[in-house]
Design a binder for this molecule. Structure first.
Ligand SMILES: C[S@@+](CC[C@H](N)C(=O)[O-])C[C@H]1O[C@@H](n2cnc3c(N)ncnc32)[C@H](O)[C@@H]1O
Length: 241
């Protein structure tokens, strides 16, 4: 199978490009947790939707392009690829990542590609990506899966609202904005609040950065104040906060 990977240039209103960060420690933690949640959802014999509000390009090269500028993947997926004695769930994750690679290419999958491997034929994907270049690449990468994956170049926050509740009454939602615009922090709280009203039994995964500034913690406090019945906060072990 061949993938269209992230290319470099475009005049941009949206400055964030996920390719710079592909496979870094935070990406790996997010994708590992995503895989565990989807594997759990797939245990039940009823179809579900996977909704990715900020899907990215779907596949990234670690050999060339943006990822090679800061080589963030060296402190992320490379550490897992080199490690011995990983616990079984992590071995499964590393095996999944390796399955995208050959002897001559080093690719790292984005959340939609990770998710796709967990879906069954009746499960569906709804993907939103606002950057025109990444949208085009994403569309191309899922060209063979048009029946299962619907992809829109639309604001993912608004897109999520329009999908809930899903017809399946089961969904896993990944909300993974760039947070370059500080409003993303409030928009996450707003969209979770709204989603819990529309579809309280959904599973929502929110990625956020750990930064020395107030917005991330304020967002978490506001999310906790929504009183969702069950929630889990996951952090990298090396993180002090
Ligand atoms: C952190 S990246 C997503 C990475 C992806 N979820 C993954 O794990 O592979 C955030 C993406 O959201 C896109 N984006 C920014 N604002 C958006 C919006 N309002 N709606 C949808 N996509 C948006 C960016 O272009 C970028 O590709």
């Amino acid at each position: 199978m061949s993938y269209l990977i992230h290319a470099t240039s475009l005049s941009i209103m949206l400055s964030y490009r996920h390719a710079f960060h592909a496979g870094n420690h935070a990406d790996v933690l997010k994708h590992y947790v995503l895989g565990l949640v989807l594997a759990h959802a797939a245990q039940k014999n009823k179809p579900f939707w996977y909704i990715d509000t900020h899907a990215g390009a779907g596949m990234y090269s670690l050999d060339d392009g943006y990822a090679t500028q800061n080589r963030e993947f060296e402190q992320g997926i490379d550490q897992l690829l080199l490690a011995d004695n990983l616990p079984e769930p992590l071995v499964n994750f590393v095996t999944q990542i390796k399955s995208f690679n050959t002897d001559t290419t080093t690719l790292y999958p984005g959340s939609p590609m990770i998710a796709q491997q967990h879906l069954r034929p009746d499960d569906k994907m709804r993907l939103f990506e606002l950057h025109p270049n990444d949208y085009k690449i994403l569309l191309e990468n899922f060209s063979g899966a048009r029946r299962q994956a619907k992809i829109e170049m639309q604001d993912g926050f608004a897109g999520l609202k329009s999908l809930l509740p899903p017809t399946t009454r089961r969904a896993v939602v990944l909300i993974d904005p760039p947070y370059e615009d500080k409003q993303d922090y409030q928009r996450v709280v707003q969209v979770i609040s709204d989603s819990l009203e529309r579809f309280a039994t959904g599973t929502y995964i929110v990625w956020y950065p750990l930064l020395q500034r107030p917005e991330p913690n304020e967002m978490i406090d506001a999310l906790i104040a929504l009183n969702a019945p069950n929630w889990l906060k996951v952090k990298n072990a090396a993180t002090k906060k």
